[in-house]
Design a protein. Structure first.
Lengths: 112, 591
């Protein structure tokens, strides 16, 4: 390759067409209520973990929908499963089941 | 040939020998699977009064079935007939045989088939008495059998709404068991018809039967009796009837202070095999009675584990309310076992929750540490009330989780994330130790249970109901009674069955208003539908559970429904509900 004396950064754009959405699809089957999320952020506002660090169910939702599984596995482990989010969610999303199943899926994916 | 032998005893003997061998193999395996702590407990307590207590409890529970009697008289009678009646038949058979032969050691089968081998025309002491007693015992067992038959066909007559479904092998063993006693009756009657050695029952039936060709029927009848015994004994270790032995073992181990550990051990199997599949747990479970799900209750969960076909959905579909454990006549700690089977491993335990940095309080060290808990932060009324109470009582306190809460770790533990739970527990212990108080007060029963049972704190833990009661008793807090206020109280699972805190909240309520009775009180309390332990059940089903609970609580139309758990309060308030729900702290602060 010709050296022009500068390089281009790797693109940060997420290509949803090529993204691996297998975990997302599996999770949808395991926790159907996940589909009801409207991204209102209620879960994030109340999150106990978020008082200590940048974390929320909503953020995990986004990562799952975009197929960003590397970041996801670190994020998921921050949740304390305290249950506040599931009590405030206006759409009755089973947030804790989502976190638990996503943790298990991420684990089985990384073993594959 | 020995006159005390006939080939028809061979099936019986084979069955017994097989049973004994399997039992010994199992026992050895289970004991080897116990962990160190459990083995130490056994060796430390085996020679002590605890063993005598265990013997007494065995007689009370395994023979007389006191616990089942308490729950359901007819069911208790049924079990009593089988256990006590059968044992007495064996014991009295042996005694009779000793009297008849004059020897202590005789062929092991003699007592079982005594009527056949009893010599004609010989007389021995108490002959008539034995004939009478043996018939009476047989009649006693048969009466239980009739009840068992009714239970199978129409469980509602015995006051059970649902009875357990059985696997083919269970059914075969059941059939064999049911045949044993009628066959015994038949064989003894046939023999009595020509020997004249029967009692009031067998002789009477024998006389009727004498119209039949008794000589030809006699041997086949005794063969059938022996084969039924053989089939039952041989299948026993693989069916629910295994509980007959395991239950005794469990009683002893419990008395020797053996407890369930976080991992699967021999003790877990002993608990699992102690389940008699009586089905009492099915009716007590709200997942059955309110949500209409019928494959997840303790009995089914235990069956699935034993048959090695447990699915995660079954293990996870439980509120861990412990209603079933409370009702279980054997006291199987199914919730603990469920946790073991929910265990999720393979997470990097090094860095877990390293984002949490427990802080030391900047202000002077306070005596009382207050921990509201995550759930109280969802019901800020409770926190406001608690602050007001502590201020009114002029208590020097430090609010541990005022703007940042760390979960106590119990929800993680319930879901089987043990490493994660331990990590949070370390963080909270650090937070509490840094603050250096003399007592820890919490508003959340989940946290309370966790701090009191799972943590190893150096200071005492109190639930706010206990603490407020103490403040009232010490006169630090004054309230005035409002006569017109009618209050019903809901016992939250975690401090009722979990810790037997029943009186403190009630004493508080009587100081503010009139405590009126509700349905399902104290250790029989229902779930608010907010349980964090179940991640499977859907919101509609949870609402059905909640509504069932609200209906029973409000049978006497209270003005206020009081509880002492933020999660219960939240669940009762959600989704349109007209009754006013208050925490006991709010009741006091309302003053
Ligand atoms: S509160 Fe519920 S609907 Fe809103 S973002 Fe969170 S999960 Fe989605
Ligand atoms: S369960 Fe997890 S995501 Fe939900 S509020 Fe608690 S810490 Fe946050
Ligand atoms: S768990 Fe207890 S109550 Fe349920 S079937 Fe077994 S022995 Fe009976
Ligand atoms: S703990 Fe409660 S929800 Fe779970 S099986 Fe027992 S009664 Fe049912």
């Amino acid at each position: 390759m010709i050296n022009f004396g500068y390089t281009l950064n790797k693109s940060g754009a997420i290509n949803l067409v090529e993204a691996d959405l297998s975990l997302y699809n599996d999770l949808m089957k395991k926790v159907p209520s996940f589909a009801r999320c409207i991204g209102c952020g209620g879960c994030a506002a109340t999150c106990a973990a978020r008082q200590h660090t940048d974390f929320s169910v909503l953020k995990c939702n986004m990562l799952i929908r975009r197929g960003e599984y590397d970041t996801l596995s670190k994020e998921l482990n921050k949740c304390m499963l305290c249950g506040k989010c599931s009590l405030v969610c206006p759409r009755n999303v089973n947030t804790r089941a989502m976190i638990i199943q996503a943790r298990l899926l991420v684990n089985s994916f990384s073993k594959r | 040939m020995n006159q005390n032998f006939h080939p028809f005893v061979i099936p019986f003997m084979l069955g017994v020998i097989f049973l004994v061998i399997v039992m010994i193999v199992r026992l050895v395996r289970w004991f080897r699977m116990m962990d160190k702590r459990q083995r130490v407990a056994v060796s430390r307590n085996i020679i002590s009064f605890k063993t005598l207590k265990a013997i007494w409890e065995t007689i009370r529970e395994s023979l007389f079935h006191r616990n089942i009697f308490k729950t359901n008289f007819v069911l208790g009678y049924m079990h009593f007939c089988f256990a006590f009646g059968w044992l007495m038949l064996i014991v009295m058979g042996k005694v009779e045989e000793i009297f008849a032969s004059g020897k202590i050691f005789t062929e092991p089968w003699l007592g079982i088939f005594f009527k056949y081998f009893e010599p004609i025309g010989e007389h021995y002491p108490l002959q008539g008495f034995f004939a009478f007693v043996m018939d009476l015992l047989l009649l006693f067992v048969l009466s239980g059998l009739i009840l068992a038959f009714i239970k199978r066909s129409r469980s509602t007559i015995l006051g059970l709404r649902k009875t357990t479904n059985h696997s083919p092998i269970d059914r075969t063993a059941l059939t064999a068991l049911w045949l044993i006693f009628p066959l015994r009756l038949f064989s003894e009657s046939i023999t009595a018809s020509y020997k004249g050695n029967g009692g009031f029952l067998t002789q009477t039936i024998g006389n009727w039967l004498s119209v039949l060709p008794v000589e030809t029927i006699e041997l086949p009848a005794w063969w059938a009796y022996s084969i039924a015994l053989c089939v039952f004994f041989a299948l026993m270790p693989f069916t629910r009837y295994m509980h007959i032995f395991t239950e005794v073992l469990l009683i002893f181990l419990r008395k020797w202070k053996v407890v369930e550990s976080a991992e699967k051990t021999g003790y877990t199997f002993i608990e699992l095999y102690s389940c008699s599949r009586c089905g009492i747990c099915i009716d007590t479970c709200q997942i059955n009675s309110a949500a209409n799900i019928n494959n997840t209750q303790a009995v089914y969960f235990i069956r699935d584990v034993r048959e090695e076909q447990l699915q995660d959905e079954i293990a996870d579909n439980c509120l861990m309310c412990n209603r079933c454990t409370n009702a279980c006549p054997v006291g199987i700690e199914q919730t603990q076992i469920r946790r073991i089977y929910r265990r999720k491993k393979g997470f990097d335990s090094e860095k877990l929750y390293d984002y949490i940095k427990p802080e030391a309080p900047k202000d002077a060290q306070a005596k009382v540490l207050y921990f509201a808990g995550c759930m109280s932060h969802l019901t800020p009324g409770i926190i406001t009330a608690m602050k007001q109470i502590l201020d009114n009582a002029k208590i020097d306190y430090h609010f541990l989780d005022e703007d940042k809460s760390i979960c106590c770790g119990r929800p993680l533990k319930q879901q089987g994330f043990l490493e994660q739970a331990n990590a949070l527990m370390r963080k909270n212990s650090e937070l509490i130790n840094n603050a250096g108080g003399t007592v820890l007060v919490t508003s959340c029963p989940i946290c309370y249970n966790s701090f009191a049972k799972d943590y190893n704190l150096s200071i005492p833990v109190m639930h706010h109901s206990q603490y407020i009661e103490q403040l009232l008793n010490e006169g630090k807090l004054k309230v005035s009674k409002k006569k017109e206020l009618r209050i019903a109280y809901h016992d939250p699972c975690e401090i009722s069955r979990g810790h037997n805190i029943y009186e403190s909240p009630r004493n508080i309520i009587t100081k503010v208003g009139e405590l009126i009775p509700a349905g399902n009180e104290k250790d029989d309390s229902l779930c608010c539908g907010g349980s964090l332990a179940n991640t499977i059940i859907n919101p509609e089903q949870l609402t059905a559970i909640r509504n069932q609970t609200l209906d029973t609580l409000c049978i006497n139309h209270p003005d206020i429904l009081a509880t002492s758990c933020p999660l219960c309060k939240k669940s009762f308030q959600r989704g349109g509900n007209t009754i006013k729900v208050m925490d006991i702290a709010e009741l006091i602060a309302l003053d």
